[in-house]
Design a protein around this ligand. Structure first.
Ligand code: SF4
Ligand code: SF4
Length: 346
């Protein structure tokens, strides 16, 4: 695994990072095995968050004694200084370290969040103090909103930007990546599989490797998956005409209006299982209506509870028209439920 500079931070990291959401679902021992396998295969950048349940604790346990061999990145969703101090203290304790290499303000998508962060007594004050104290080496930021991400980069306050990037959601490659590069910022790519809708890992990574300096941070939950993804980096990257056709097929199938399953729209005050219901067409396309019925049935049955109150709309970083899409997915679901009509006799 090649080691590359993380922008102009002075940190050197593997060209492939480790996203630590999926280890939440593993036992401590299983998480330990996956993390140590990734380390053994040359992955040195580990990205977690205060919000990812016990992920920080599992990372802290896995790398105790070899802390100096890994670069640890974590995040906080708190927008106030006191909250950041609490979160950072917890992260340091769980990660079993006296400093994190990269501390990111997590999911800054709305203007209101940015205003709170930069207000007197806001998150930024505490984050800057943590850098001065040496508890944090560098500050970064993450976002799902492209205009907001560009604005955050242009503040010149951060050493890294983390934003979704894959061959379906490639909007970052022009203005955002260019603005970050101009400033010597590190670029981290979340959602290399577009939130799980790209199921061909080879194509996903052959696309990503065409963008050197953009460091993908896929989630891993098995040693086999670590071995598979690392193997894509063992050889020179060749993106074939077949790969390009496959990417076009995915794009055509998914269109622009698809849900990335980020869950930021939840919870619905009326109990609609938004994320699962929003994913219905993708499940049908991948697994057929019969499996989709079982898999998404409860969610599709919750859709009529939607009163179109609109509460979920500003929470969706992709600005999806959620109630309208839910209605249309429900109609498709009802059509899929209907028994096939018998041919007329005679
Ligand atoms: S618009 Fe519908 S799905 Fe969205 S929060 Fe309101 S009731 Fe729930
Ligand atoms: S509807 Fe929007 S916010 Fe909700 S899960 Fe999908 S992409 Fe995320």
């Amino acid at each position: 695994m090649q080691q590359v500079p993380l922008g102009s931070t002075g940190l050197t990291v593997s060209e492939l990072g480790f996203g630590a959401i999926p280890i939440i679902h593993l036992t401590p021992d299983a998480a330990h095995r996956v993390l140590r396998r990734a380390h053994d295969r040359g992955i040195t950048l580990y990205d977690t968050a205060n919000a990812y349940a016990d992920s920080e604790e599992k990372i802290g346990r896995a790398f105790e004694g070899i802390r100096h061999e890994v670069v640890l990145a974590t995040k906080t969703l708190r927008r106030d200084a006191k909250g950041v101090e609490e979160h950072l203290g917890r992260s340091l304790r769980l990660l079993r370290t006296d400093h994190v290499d990269l501390y990111q303000l997590h999911q800054v998508a709305q203007e209101s969040a940015w205003e709170a962060i930069t207000a007197p007594g806001g998150a930024l004050e505490a984050a800057v103090r943590a850098v001065e104290r040496g508890q944090v080496r560098h500050l970064g930021v993450t976002s799902h909103s492209l205009p907001m991400a560009v604005k955050l980069v242009e503040t010149d306050l951060f050493a890294t930007i983390q934003f979704p990037f894959n061959f379906i959601e490639d909007g970052a490659k022009d203005r955002l990546h260019a603005a970050a590069r101009e400033r010597g910022m590190g670029i981290l790519a979340m959602k290399p599989f577009a939130g799980g809708v790209i199921d061909d890992a080879g194509v996903a990574f052959r696309f990503l490797r065409q963008h050197p300096g953009v460091i993908p941070i896929p989630g891993f939950d098995t040693v086999e998956r670590v071995d598979q993804v690392v193997s894509f980096y063992d050889r020179p990257n060749v993106c074939t005409d077949g790969d390009l056709r496959r990417m076009d097929d995915y794009r055509a199938e998914l269109g622009k209006r698809f849900c990335r399953r980020c869950e930021y729209c939840q919870p619905c005050p009326n109990g609609v299982m938004i994320t699962m219901a929003m994913g219905y067409p993708v499940v049908v396309a991948r697994m057929g209506p019969a499996v989709a019925r079982t898999f998404c049935g409860a969610a599709m049955e919750s859709v009529p509870q939607c009163t179109e109150c609109g509460e979920c709309l500003p929470r969706c970083p992709y600005e999806l028209p959620i109630p309208e899409m839910l209605r249309s997915h429900r109609e498709a679901y009802l059509r899929d439920l209907a028994p096939p009509s018998m041919p007329a006799e005679g």
